[in-house]
Design a protein around this ligand. Sequence first.
Ligand SMILES: [Zn+2]
Length: 442
Amino acid sequence: MDLPIPILIRGGRVIDPIRSLDAVGDVLVRGDRVACISDTPLPQKGTRVVDASGCIVCPGLIDPHVHLREPGGERKESIRTGAEAAIAGGFTTIACMPNTVPALDLASLVDFVRLKAAEAGLARVRVVGAATVGRAGERLAPMGAMARAGAVGFSDDGVGIASAAMMRSVLQTCQSIHRPFMQHCQEPTLTVGAVMHEGSMAAKLGLTGWPAVAEEIMLARDVQLNADIGCRYHAQHLSSGGSVEILRAALAKGYSVSAEASPHHLLLTDAACDGWNTVAKINPPLRSASDVQSLREAVADGTIAVLATDHAPHTESEKSMDFGSAPFGCIGLETAVGMYGLALVKSGAMQWPSVIERMTVGPARLLGLLEEGFGRLFEGGPADITILNPSSEWKVDVQTFRSRSRNCPFTDFTGYGRPIATIVGGRVFDLQTSWWSEAGQP
Ligand SMILES: [Zn+2]
């Protein structure tokens, strides 16, 4: 068997947040492992050199909240195109949500996604299974069997689990099988017909508002329910400053709870919905400037330890419907680094090492991947590495996206920071070339 040529990543700023490593040096990759990390130059002979000078070399980025739409929604995205968009965005691992058609509520469907992802051979895809059958919130899905098939966590994302009794059973089950539960916090009786943030913009547009309290009371309820269960409880895509306060108080009590923030909630307000702009129709909705500020502060101080895109592809024709009828969600994988950089680094709220921590250690800890060596960069560990230029300013151009959908709310934004190479298991995707044309080759 021919051994692949070792890869020498030369002269980058090597960052491994979990052990506070931040030093200029070389990284040598042999096969699918990191062979050596050195702060003195390593010999180049017999290696393929990747020049990383001026760039950050960090653990492969992980996005724990992505919608791949397959099975059932392949017009919007497929496992392959979603995994391709992930690579283009600098992500080596993504976790897909179960709100497909049918919902991922069986071990065989977990197998299906894993098989399709392996066939694509791009980013690693982990599966978040549905907690209840058909995501209907009525009967527990076979979570144990799904976990054995590889599900890394559970969620009914798209909807929250409304019944407190069902929620309690879900938390108990997740606890017993050592998997996190990831909640889409939305109390349904408060959001009937709601399509955007409740406020003056909704009033101006004549649209039904989605009050922040619908998120907050479900989060507060779940924290309370989980207090003596202690399952790894995770609140998805927080949108409100009130939720941040609930989370902060729960963490202060030592409860087992984590949360994520999405690029759009860190950059946009409900003003983006003006003119009935359906691209800005998102669930939970874009809220006020003070909510944006609270979320940024929470990410900066570590209250929110996970960044997640909630990449939600929809076709042009679906988003061309009137605001009330168009589906919720926006894509995010290919703009994530630049938009986090803009919201968190360029704004002065944080430095890159902490942002990278929230995109590597945070999600890996949530999904139980740290033990497998993901979310970290160390000798002997998996060669999943992202190289990014931390000060590159670049114009978002949806026409260049590898995703099948174009519902991006950041069109013409200037991103701050950009991935230049994504390395998965030692396989280099050089994002500055037309890497996708050869991406199908094993
Ligand atoms: Zn959701």
